[in-house]
Design a protein around this ligand. Structure first.
Ligand SMILES: Nc1ncnc2c1ncn2[C@@H]1O[C@H](COP(=O)(O)OP(=O)(O)O)[C@@H](O)[C@H]1O
Ligand SMILES: Cc1cn([C@H]2C[C@H](O)[C@@H](COP(=O)(O)OP(=O)(O)O)O2)c(=O)[nH]c1=O
Length: 424
């Protein structure tokens, strides 16, 4: 493991604000450590046994043994470490990964049915040890209120918070005293910014170079879901962004491609949500998909797409703008609101931080509550701000090249040369 890397875990009860704070602090850390920060979460859907775990949590699989679930979480975690967490921590100096839940959760939720803390810990023995674990402490009442605000049906463990809180405290004592783990309790009852600042100040103590050198703009840090006002057309396109943001001038500076891209990514991060949503749709249309109307039958910010295959066969798809993390179950919960099922789906995931996985495979989904039809869940591609920045860079390069070549063609010297050749 790279010795300057940092592996941060955020833990807490359901509804304590883990997802929001994880996203928030990863955005802040990304400003000063651009390209080095990754956020991830557990259970990790794309890793081994991820689908089994999600189906248990959604109560689709009811007949399972607690030991099998404990093994599934441990396998899920090891695979997550092997394929995502460790390679990232090894990838570069100062790499940071922030994980929403980790093995403390397994100690809390899987130490039942004859398994004690020690046994669950043993199952997870090979998992990479975090540098620091934050436990977001907040009252049951606030957790329930925040869960209500989230407006989703309850998962398997989202009840009996008093019992779960007690288990958290016992498991934290076990990890601190028996395993010497670094766990910090954070009062998470305040505003999101306050909770995040509390965590960040602890991180700056570990590594002062993480601290941003300049004050940060607040709009790009907010993690609440916002709906764009786009209405079937694309008001802000990649070309507009190139003009507005002075990208052509910037490209004239003698910098490497990576430096240009990093700068453009940070510029894109300052755009507002409507502009980002619009650039996302333009990104899709530049890739030969036709962007049609906003879907009228859903509250979601979803747009119809078509794609023509050779021979005139038309595929239909959906572009979905949701400001949530790349969780299969969240997309799955939103998707039944789109009754005309589609072949593919693009989902925009704003925020500068990199995502661990950009694709989800197809699966079966039940949609339309009245008829309970089954359909094939579309394959999903998640689009990030990084890809929008790349679009801007590549189109700007093309415009720059075209401008230069047309200037050269009109150069007076060229015409004199031609005449001279003709005379000769
Ligand atoms: N500090 C906070 N103050 C107010 N609302 C919050 C705060 N943190 C999160 N929320 C809101 O509470 C709900 C649950 O938060 P979430 O981050 O999904 O929690 P968790 O991942 O721990 O289940 C979300 O609707 C979120 O917007
Ligand atoms: C990581 C982990 C989660 N869980 C459970 C706790 C949560 O109730 C559930 C889903 O986690 P999570 O996705 O963090 O919850 P939310 O739906 O609020 O974002 O998974 C375990 O039982 N064991 C584990 O090791």
């Amino acid at each position: 493991m790279n010795k300057n890397s940092l592996f941060i875990v955020i833990e807490g009860l359901d509804g304590s604000g883990k997802t929001s704070v994880t996203r928030y602090i990863s955005n802040i850390l990304d400003k000063e450590n651009h390209g080095k920060v990754k956020l991830t979460f557990e259970p990790h859907d794309p890793s081994c046994a991820g689908l089994f775990i999600r189906q248990v949590l959604m109560k689709k699989i009811r007949n399972f043994s607690p030991k099998i679930l404990a093994l599934a979480f441990a396998a899920n975690r090891l695979d997550h470490c092997d394929r995502e967490i460790n390679p990232w921590l090894d990838s570069q100096d100062g790499a940071i990964i922030i994980c929403d839940r980790y093995y403390l959760s397994s100690l809390v939720y899987q130490s039942t049915g004859g398994l004690d803390f020690e046994k669950v810990y043993d199952l997870n023995d090979a998992a990479t040890k975090p540098d620091i674990i934050f436990f977001l402490n907040v009252s049951n009442k606030v957790c329930y209120e925040r869960m209500k605000h989230r407006n989703e049906s309850k998962e398997l463990f989202e009840t009996n918070l008093s019992q779960t809180r007690k288990r958290f405290h016992e498991a934290i004592t076990f990890l601190k005293e028996k395993k010497n783990e670094n766990i910090v309790e954070i009062d998470a009852s305040g505003k999101l910014e306050e909770v995040a600042n509390n965590i960040l100040s602890q991180l700056y103590k570990i590594n002062p170079s993480l601290k941003p050198k300049q004050p940060l703009l607040s709009h790009s840090l907010v993690s609440e879901q916002r709906v764009t006002t786009l209405n079937g057309h694309i008001p802000y396109r990649v070309k507009d962004a190139i003009n507005d943001l002075g990208i052509l001038d910037y490209l004239k500076e003698d910098k490497t491609k990576e430096e240009h891209l990093t700068k453009i990514e940070s510029i894109v991060d300052q755009l507002n949500f409507n502009q980002l949503g619009s650039l996302f749709l333009d990104h899709i249309s530049n890739n030969k998909y036709e962007v049609k109307e906003k879907l009228p039958w859903t509250e979601l910010d979803a747009y119809e797409l078509t794609y023509e295959l050779p021979g005139g066969i038309e595929l239909t798809g959906v572009a979905l703008i949701i400001q949530e993390k790349q969780r299969y179950d969240i997309i799955l919960k939103k998707a039944p609101d789109i009754p005309k099922m589609s072949d593919f789906m693009f989902v925009f995931s704003p925020g500068p931080a990199e995502l661990v996985t950009n694709y989800y495979e197809r699966g079966i989904i039940k949609y339309n509550a009245e008829t309970i039809k089954e359909g094939l869940f579309p394959s999903i591609k998640l689009v990030t701000q990084k890809e929008l920045a790349y679009d801007i860079w590549s189109m700007a390069k093309k415009i720059d090249w075209e401008n230069n070549s047309s200037k050269n063609n009109q150069h007076p010297k060229n015409s004199i040369d031609c005449k001279e050749i003709t005379v000769n």
